[in-house]
Every structure is written in structure tokens, then in C-alpha cells.
Design a protein around this ligand. Structure first.
Ligand SMILES: [Fe+2]
Length: 262
């Protein structure tokens, strides 16, 4: 056998802690990328929404500092919070009228379905609490667990606020975007019943320190136009040709006050 045909010996096993961390990070990024790609194929709005919620949740976590859960884990939870919507039929996901009881049941299964997806991917385990509980309410009337107050994992309380802010400031098939101040006022109104007031306050402080730009209106099934500098540092690069109109990262002017997310 010629040298060219000899088999390349396998690389030495990675035993150093730094190497293990890098391999784990690469596996985590690849898994997130694959799930976001699947969401992109299902509904570009949900994929773009997920990226913004990940960024907003990371801003809140960073604002809470050492008293809150880790920024990276919270960002992961935000990125993946709606991954269970892969199981919701597209015509239900994008319906612009009221949902039937059966359709509502399908939609409300998405936190548990998302948790089920992540259970099968150990490198994404730290996102599971936020995914499973991001529709709980502080007064205990949310779903799927009906948890209340501090029984709701902190990461889920953060993602709930980020999710609601983004939902209110973007146009969906059934509602038009509100300006950010109006969305913050609504979050304040619901603080203590639906949302954790500490998370609402942290979002307000975070948004006062950076220039957050809500994306242009885009109906369900399309991706909003996004302009400006990329969110820094992006956990994941935008997918080439993502969405009907262009890239998906760009809702934070990262230069503002030099604040870094993640
Ligand atoms: Fe959700």
C-alpha cells in the first residue's frame, strides 16, 4: 500500500478541560443552529422572533448580573423557547383569526414539546427550564405547570418578559406592532400578576442603555427586514438567504455604550 493510501491515524483524544469545553460548545452551537434552521423552514417569523428573544433575554440576565442565572444559559433558553412550535401545523401557527379549542391545545403544547426535543440533546439541557416554563405566570394561572412566583425558574421568568416584549413590538398575523414605550408600559401593567417585576425593571434598564431597534413589520411566514450592525457577538451566524427579505440578526446597536451581550 502506498503512503497516500495509508489510513490517517485518528486524532489524539481530547482530554484537557479547555478542549472539552470547546468541543461541547461546538456541539451546542451545531445543535442550536440545526433547530433554528428547522424553525426557519417551518416559519421564518418564529425563527427571527427566537433570535430577538435570545438577545433580549441575555440583556436582562446581564442586567441582573451575579444575582441572576448565567447569561449564556438564558440566551440559549430564549433562542430555543419556541422550538416546540415545530409540532404546530403551519396553518394554525399563522392563523389570523381566533383559535378553536383544539388549535389552542396544539399551540399550548409547544413548551412541553420543546422540552421533549431538548431532553434528547444533552448539550442543550440548560435551556430546558426556560423552554418548558416560559408561559407560566407569576399568579400561577399560566401553563403547562401552573407554577407561581419563585417556583417558576428564573430563566423562564426572564424569557417570558423578553418574549412578550418582542411579540408586542413586532407585527404578527393577528396584531400590529406597538412602539417600545407602549410595550414597556404594558409589561409594567402586568408586572406582579403575569410577569416578575424585577425582570421587567431589568429589561427597562437594559433597553435604556442600548439602542434596541424593533424590526420592520413582517407577516407570519416571513422574516422582518433587519438593518444595522450585528448583535455582538452573535452566537450563531445568520443563515445565508434567511427569510424572504434578508438577514435576521440586527436588532441591537452593539456600539451603544459598548455593551456586549453573551
Ligand atoms: Fe412560546
Amino acid at each position: 500500500m502506498s503512503a497516500a493510501h495509508r489510513r490517517t491515524p485518528p486524532p489524539p483524544l481530547c482530554r484537557r478541560a479547555g478542549c472539552t469545553r470547546r468541543v461541547r460548545q461546538e456541539a451546542q452551537d451545531a445543535a442550536v443552529q440545526a433547530l433554528l434552521q428547522a424553525l426557519q423552514l417551518k416559519d421564518p417569523y418564529t425563527r427571527a422572533h427566537s433570535e430577538r428573544v435570545g438577545a433580549l433575554a441575555a440583556l436582562i440576565a446581564a442586567e441582573l448580573g451575579g444575582s441572576g442565572p448565567g447569561t449564556a444559559a438564558v440566551r440559549l433558553g430564549g433562542l430555543l423557547h419556541d422550538v416546540g412550535k415545530l409540532a404546530v401545523p403551519a396553518d394554525v401557527l399563522c392563523k389570523d383569526g381566533p383559535l378553536t379549542d383544539d388549535e389552542r391545545r396544539l399551540v399550548q403544547a409547544h413548551p412541553a414539546d420543546g422540552d421533549g426535543v431538548l431532553r434528547a440533546i444533552p448539550v442543550l439541557a440548560e435551556a430546558r427550564a426556560a423552554v418548558l416554563h416560559h408561559h407560566e405566570r407569576l399568579d400561577g394561572t399560566g401553563y403547562p405547570g401552573g407554577l407561581g412566583g419563585a417556583r417558576i425558574p428564573e430563566a423562564a421568568r426572564i424569557v417570558a418578559v423578553a418574549d412578550a416584549f418582542d411579540a408586542m413590538t413586532t407585527t404578527r398575523s393577528y396584531s400590529r406592532a406597538r412602539p417600545a414605550p407602549a410595550a414597556l408600559a404594558e409589561l409594567r401593567r402586568c408586572a406582579g400578576s403575569q410577569f416578575d417585576p424585577a425582570m421587567v425593571e431589568a429589561l427597562e434598564r437594559a433597553l435604556a442603555a442600548v439602542r434596541w431597534r424593533t424590526p420592520d413589520a413582517a407577516p407570519c411566514g416571513e422574516t422582518a427586514v433587519a438593518e444595522g450592525p450585528l448583535l455582538a457577538p452573535p452566537l450563531l451566524p445568520p443563515l445565508a438567504g434567511a427569510g424572504a427579505h434578508g438577514a435576521t440578526w440586527a436588532w441591537l446597536d452593539a456600539g451603544a455604550k459598548g455593551k456586549e451581550v453573551g
